[in-house]
Ligand binder design. Structure first.
Ligand SMILES: Nc1nc2c(ncn2[C@@H]2O[C@H](COP(=O)(O)OP(=O)(O)O)[C@@H](O)[C@H]2O)c(=O)[nH]1
Ligand SMILES: [Mg+2]
Length: 245
C-alpha cells in the first residue's frame, strides 16, 4: 500500500524537488550571453526574455546577483548610471538555454549628461516597446523614494504591452531598511501606482522575496504550467556566446 502524500508534498515533482528549489537552481544557471549599446545590436532570440529595469541605485545589480546566487554576474556598479549597455544572460542547461535575462541601463542618475539621458530613454523605450521575445518586466524600486516620475514614464511606455499580456513585477528593494509599518505602506502605495501589477518586497541582505521572485520568473518563462523545466526542442538555435565560458 502506498503512503499518502503529505499535503506540502503535493507541489513537489517526481524527483522530490519543490518549485522553489527548481526555480532557484534554474536562476543559478545564468551566464553572460552578450552586451549591446543599442537595440539593433542585440541578437534576435526565440527564447522568452525577462527585462530588469529601474533607476540607478535602486538595487538592480544586487537583485540580479542575489536571484542568480552569483557575486559578480551583474556588476554592482560603483558609478551609478555608467552601465549604459543592455546585458543579456542566458538561463537553462548549457547548450539548451530556455530563457534570457536582460539587464537594462539604470536611469535617473543626476550626473549623467542630458544627451546621454535622452539616448538611453530612447534605447529603453525602443527595447520595451519592440523587443519581440520579451515576456516579462521586473521593475526595481527603492521604496524609500517610491516610484518616481521616470518610473511612471516607463509604466506608461509598457502599459499597452502589459494590457496585451506582458508580465510585470515591481520589486521594492532594500526592504531590510524599512520597519513593518513602512513596508506595509510602501506596498500599498506601489500597488496603487502599479495599476494591478504584482508588487513584492525584496531584500538582498535578508534574502527576502528571493524564492517568490525566482518562482514567478520561472513561471513567466515556462507558461505551459509545467512543474519542471520544459524539454527544449532540438531545433532551438545555439545562442551560447564565445564569452560564455
Ligand atoms: N541594505 C540593503 N542595501 C542594498 C540592497 N540591495 C542593494 N543595496 C545597496 O544599494 C546600492 C545600489 O545597489 P546596486 O545593486 O548597485 O544598484 P543599481 O544601480 O540599481 O544596480 C548598493 O550600495 C547596494 O549595496 C538590499 O537588499 N539591502
Ligand atoms: Mg547596477
Amino acid at each position: 500500500m502506498t503512503t499518502p502524500r503529505a499535503p506540502h508534498a503535493t507541489q513537489a515533482t517526481a524527483d522530490g524537488k519543490t518549485p522553489a528549489v527548481i526555480a532557484s537552481g534554474w536562476m543559478h544557471t545564468a551566464r553572460f550571453l552578450t552586451t549591446a549599446p543599442q537595440l539593433q545590436h542585440l541578437p534576435n532570440l526565440e527564447l522568452p526574455e525577462i527585462a530588469f529595469v529601474g533607476r540607478s541605485n535602486a538595487g538592480k545589480s544586487t537583485c540580479i546577483n542575489t536571484l542568480t546566487q552569483q557575486k559578480q554576474l551583474a556588476y554592482a556598479s560603483k558609478k551609478p548610471g555608467r552601465t549604459q549597455h543592455i546585458n543579456l544572460f542566458s538561463l537553462g542547461k548549457q547548450g539548451v538555454p530556455d530563457a534570457v535575462l536582460a539587464d537594462l541601463p539604470g536611469y535617473g542618475y543626476a550626473a549623467v549628461p542630458k544627451q546621454d539621458k535622452i539616448r538611453w530613454q530612447q534605447v529603453m523605450a525602443n527595447y520595451l516597446v519592440t523587443r519581440q521575445n520579451l515576456v516579462g518586466i521586473v521593475l526595481l524600486c527603492d521604496p524609500r523614494h517610491g516610484l518616481t516620475e521616470l518610473d511612471e514614464i516607463l509604466l506608461d511606455v509598457i502599459r499597452p504591452r502589459v494590457e496585451a499580456g506582458l508580465k510585470f513585477l515591481v520589486l521594492l528593494t532594500k526592504a531590510d531598511k524599512l520597519t513593518r509599518a513602512e513596508a506595509a505602506k510602501a506596498l500599498s502605495i506601489a500597488r496603487l501606482q502599479a495599476g494591478g501589477g504584482e508588487v513584492k518586497l525584496f531584500s538582498a541582505l535578508k534574502k527576502q522575496g528571493v524564492d517568490e521572485a525566482s518562482q514567478l520568473l520561472w513561471q513567466w518563462a515556462h507558461p505551459r504550467g509545467a512543474t519542471s523545466p520544459m524539454p527544449t526542442s532540438p531545433e532551438t538555435p545555439a545562442i551560447e556566446s564565445k564569452n560564455d565560458a
